[in-house]
Design a protein. Structure first.
Length: 91
């Protein structure tokens, strides 16, 4: 891997069920170790989603199986990686 930036916008696919989870929008880095800790994939709420809370997949780097040119393969239980966050931009 060249750098963390190269992970952004790659499509994430769960090998457990073949589900296309979405594309990486953010990365959390362990600053002390200088390694990727988590990748963040937003869950699309649909066009009429006006909630101030948004859902996203927060996937631990240890669950990443392989990183390709365009795709990241992960092995996760979907229920374990869904997180709900307050949307600070929503009003």
């Amino acid at each position: 891997m060249k750098n963390c930036q190269s992970l952004l916008d790659k499509e994430v696919i769960n090998i457990r069920d073949g589900c296309r989870m979405g594309c990486v929008c953010d990365i959390l880095v362990n600053v002390k170790l200088g390694t990727v800790a988590y990748i963040i994939v937003p869950i699309d709420g649909g066009f009429f989603s006006f909630s101030q809370k948004r859902k996203q997949y927060v996937i631990n780097w240890c669950n990443v199986v392989q990183v390709g040119d365009d795709i990241i393969l992960v092995d996760v239980c979907i229920a374990d990686v869904i997180k709900i966050c307050e949307d600070k931009d929503a009003k």
